[in-house]
Design a protein. Sequence first.
Length: 409
Amino acid sequence: MLASHLLKHLVKIGNLRVIDADGAVHEFKGDEGRTCAIRLHDRALHRKLFFRPELYIGEAYMDGSLTIEEGSLYDFLDLCGVNMANLETHPSYRLSQPVNRVLRRIHQFNPIGQARKHVAHHYDLSDTLYDLFLDKDRHYSCAYFRSGNDDLEAAQANKMKHIAAKLLLRPGQNILDIGSGWGGMGLYLARASEDSTVTGITLSTEQHAVSNKRAKDLGLDGRVQFELRDYRNQSGTFDRIVSVGMFEHVGASYYTQFFRKVKGLLAEDGVVLLHSIGRMEPPGSTNPWIRKYVFPGGYTPALSEVMRAVEKVGLWITDIEILRLHYADTLREWRRRFANNRDKVIDLYDERFCRMWEFYLTGSEISFRHMNQMVFQMQLAKRQDVVPLTRDYITDWERTQSEVSVAAE
């Protein structure tokens, strides 16, 4: 089996047993770690897994031509994740990287019309699907776990509060939410900032409809409006700009354009808060399975790429915070809720879709636990004096909001 040459190089921690399509058993042992076994049902995988494991492992699991014989999908992907650094030194992997770097501008081609198609691929799925694994407020981004006792709802509320504190909200502000999702962040900011107006923009028709209905149901439609609009077509001047979980869809070739547009929309004394997945390593390329099946056009940037674009347009970076394992814990909760509602997802789609989504949620969690993925929150301004010189204001505001929340209960 050709793939065995790769697996001998890969498995340095744990124990992996592979039953190939001919029934032969191959065992790969490293130092103490997880033990699991997989079975290959298609001889073509013997070759495919050698040349492009990052793509074909996921495809094989989706199609049922790779099944888990011992342990769970999490066990298998966790074992792969803790050994990923070994794969990156293998000749077949190293040979593919120059090609990926050349092609990444094509993979991240996101002009206005194409960007909307990319967003629709993922976010315009059945509205019911997201209710089956997200929190009640439908936040589809990294939560903020203050303690081991926080459930997903509490952690997502923490995240909104933390972002709002960094925005230095004042009464009567004009706020822009770029990539507004199902409206949770924009609605929170409207409630937290008296007499302020919020404009949320999204490229998802499903999210646009849901978020405006939520605003109307809450009686906030006079102050909160969600628009179906690309950020490049936005006009006006805003005191505060927030973007949560959208920057991953911009594409590296468009970073300078993004920040130039943000600067043009920002008031002279305005504040921006950008919340995005990133990588703690040099620039790279998107996993080919994720790019093909989950987030076409998507890319998680290195901070060096982001900062280069910010510097080019002349914005101040007034604060950066790195959230490390918060997204891993968020994905763990999504994965658990998805598993509990698996039968309902099958009713919406089919078994193959379920296996795809399981692979996506599980693989994403592993990438944050073992494979250099993280989340950053970057605060930006036109002037260096528009935010306090110390970070105490963040904690002070959050404590005030906690007191208000407890008093309200």
